[in-house]
Write a protein that binds this ligand. Structure first.
Ligand code: MOS
Length: 690
């Protein structure tokens, strides 16, 4: 009779497929103004003039806001949110003005017509390993050490039976959720109501109250439906501040949606990474030395230091270990979170290098990873609460048909195609953030749960409903869950794969507390439960397998099969969980084969800022992607036993594809994406004729 473990369809599914679900700028509102942003045409310098009349001359255009007339905002830690507060320009694409009009078309035309003049200064946008501005940040996202070191690396490398010393690079990646960042904002005196496309409205409410100097209780932020985020909506972004500012200035409701092109500069992206991995192993393949260095960029506006090598600290032990991050503040848009920030590019490099070690040592790549398993966190020495990586590898190998694999590269042909298979490990930390929740017993025998969680398309609303029904011990039909409204009990944002653990624990506690007492309503908080947690290391693990086929003539790569086997704690809803894991794996495939921001050094920004030039995997690329999980019962996580599933699917999958491409071709590509030009020169000669 347990609702947890069942696979109900999303509660909001019917509303979404019938169009009843309202996204941020779809809420009916009387006579809104429409905003359109104007972006800087230079990368560094200052705005010297805004000819407002040039836009106001367009019929329907009513206001132009720029640094010369925008109201002052309160100071904030996130300087990217100090929009229109200065004429200074720190990256190409920064917002320099907002045009407001009665129609969207007039706003767009006004923005196009607005004449802005600039004082342009030289810019510096290219990250290199030798960049003079590289420095060691104080910490890396969110609060990990920048550097770690233990043992004598040089001695261990010198004494190793097998060594690998390689550089792997990844380009800038852009989140591109289906729904762009978008906001509807309306003031009523000092009260502000906002519909925002965000991963967490509690944080948006706090920021808006602070920015505009009004009490938090007067600000209400809603996000009933959100069309994806992947980290780009993990904190308030400029759009919500601009919409609220425009509504305040004009006294009218304002709708503002970023265009797809604007998304590329204004909401964050994954930093490019330049990495070096050094591995030393004994004759049996056991790691004796492990060094992982990452070079990354941030902007001059805000420091975001991706934790690129953090995953490496926890995956394998080695006698001598060394990890480091160096950051350069360039004249570029600010990079931020993108699905598995750190682990996605970092484990890509590590697991590609591990494949090189397997080849150098003549050891089966699955076996190499099994030999290097550890049940203690190499970073802290603490035991893992659970680590079933070996089970994932064994199960995946069995299902994928790994045991019959010939380890030699470039020896399998199927017509024009070279064929190979690859494997890589996945890992992602278990996060849980304090949240509060309310449970209410109604007279008709039903129950109402309230928590300001956000469902960004994951199925969060549905799994919280399942968790509540079980905690109350009632049929789910008697339970209603309200989320995504900042007037509900405060909760953490949808990020770090922590939603189900954070919100589910709060919902579970509220329901149990209600059942244990006689009150008709209870509100609980999980802050104390999290602070009391035991000192074990909590991580999710997985094994990723891929088959690659490479066209001998064109260098085109196809991936006919992917399989991920994960150990991610308890699965609440197999349908929505599988969807998260598959989505992550597809994004990993996309990262391996397609995604790459193309830097235009002359203009100083990413030239392919649209979905026709910035390629992502399409249906034709996704042939047979399977995800499964091993049973894992871990009572040292939280009340519901979950580890998080939103991000681990993108971890390891790019390396599995890259390793499969090497196995197919014998060409070791060390820079993503694996485009034909990076393969063609190294492919074997064709001996036959079509
Ligand atoms: Mo995720 S990148 O923590 O939203």
């Amino acid at each position: 009779m347990s609702a947890v473990g069942q696979a109900p369809v999303r509660l909001d599914g019917p509303d979404k497929v019938t169009g009843r679900a309202r996204y941020a700028v779809e809420h009916p509102i009387d006579g809104p103004l429409h905003g359109w942003l104007v972006q800087a045409r230079v990368a560094v310098g200052a705005v010297t003039g805004v000819d407002r009349q040039s836009a106001l001359a367009v019929p329907g255009v009513l206001y132009v806001l720029d640094a010369g007339n925008a109201p002052a905002l309160a100071a904030t830690d996130d300087s990217e949110l100090l929009v229109l507060q200065s004429t200074r320009i720190s990256y190409r694409g920064q917002v320099v003005a907002m045009v407001l009009a009665d129609t969207l078309e007039a706003a767009r035309e006004g923005a196009r017509s607005l004449r802005v003049t600039y004082d342009e200064q030289p810019h510096d946008v290219l990250l290199t390993r030798e960049h003079p501005k590289l420095y060691a940040p104080e910490k890396v996202n969110p609060a990990f050490p920048t550097d770690t070191a233990g043992g004598d690396l040089d001695a261990a490398m010198a004494a190793a039976a097998h060594v690998v010393d390689v550089e792997y690079d990844t380009p800038a990646h852009f989140n591109n959720p289906m729904e762009p960042h978008a906001t509807t904002a309306q003031w009523d005196g000092d009260r502000l109501t906002v519909h925002d496309s965000t991963q967490g409205t509690t944080a948006v409410k706090k920021h808006l109250a602070s920015a505009f100097g009004v009490p938090e209780h007067g600000v209400r932020v809603l996000a009933a439906h959100v069309g994806g985020g992947f980290g780009a909506k993990g904190s308030p972004r400029p759009n919500v501040v601009l919409a609220a500012m425009a509504a305040r200035v004009t006294g009218r409701a304002v709708k503002l949606a970023l265009t797809r092109q604007q998304q590329f500069a204004l909401v964050g992206y994954r930093t490019p990474t330049l990495q070096r991995v050094r591995l030393g192993a004994d004759a049996d393949g056991r790691l004796t030395a492990l060094a992982h260095e990452a070079y990354e960029q941030t902007s001059t506006v805000f420091e975001f230091a991706e934790q690129t090598t953090e995953g490496t600290r926890h995956l394998y032990d080695a006698g001598a270990k060394f990890t480091t991050h160096r950051l350069a503040a360039l004249d570029v848009p600010t990079p931020r979170w993108m699905r598995a920030p750190g682990e996605a590019p970092g484990i890509f490099a590590l697991e590609s290098a591990m494949d090189e070690l397997a080849a150098a040592a003549g050891i089966n790549p699955v076996e190499l990873r099994i030999r290097n398993d550890t049940q203690h966190d190499p970073e802290t020495g603490a035991p893992f609460s659970s680590r079933h990586l070996v089970q994932c590898l064994r199960r995946g190998a069995e299902r994928f048909g790994w045991d019959s694999r010939d380890p030699r590269p470039a020896v399998r042909r199927d017509g024009r195609w070279l064929v190979g298979t690859g494997v890589a490990c996945a890992t992602y930390p278990v996060y849980q953030a304090p949240s509060s929740a309310r449970a209410r017993r109604c007279h008709d025998g039903t129950f109402e749960i309230g928590i300001n969680a956000t469902d960004i398309g994951t199925g969060a609303r549905t799994v919280l409903w399942q968790i509540a029904a079980d905690a109350l011990g009632v049929d789910p039909a008697r339970v209603r869950v309200d989320i995504a409204d900042s007037d509900l009990p405060a909760a953490s944002g949808a990020g770090g794969s922590s939603g189900t653990s954070s919100w589910g624990s709060a919902v579970h506690k509220a329901c149990r507390t209600l059942c244990d007492g006689t009150a008709a309503e209870v509100v609980v908080d999980t802050a104390d439960d999290i602070a009391a947690q035991s000192e074990v290391s909590r991580h999710a693990f997985g094994a990723q397998f891929a088959e690659a086929r490479v066209d001998l003539d064109s260098g085109e790569v196809r991936v006919p099969r992917m399989l991920g086997v994960f150990a991610v704690g308890r699965i609440i809803n197999p349908r929505t969980a599988r969807s998260q894991l598959l989505g992550g794996m597809v994004m990993g495939l996309s990262m391996a084969l397609h995604e790459s921001g193309t830097l235009d050094i002359g203009y100083g920004d990413y030239a392919n800022s649209n979905l026709s030039d910035y390629h992502v995997a399409t249906h034709a690329d996704v042939v047979d992607v399977q995800a499964e999980w091993v049973e894992e019962h871990d009572d040292q996580l939280n009340a519901i036993g979950t580890k998080g599933i939103g991000e681990i699917g993108i971890v390891g999958s790019p390396a599995a594809v890259l390793n499969a491409v090497w196995h197919a071709t014998g060409v070791r590509v060390r820079e993503l994406p694996i485009t034909p030009d990076r393969l063609l020169g190294g492919l074997p000669e064709r001996q036959d004729v079509l």
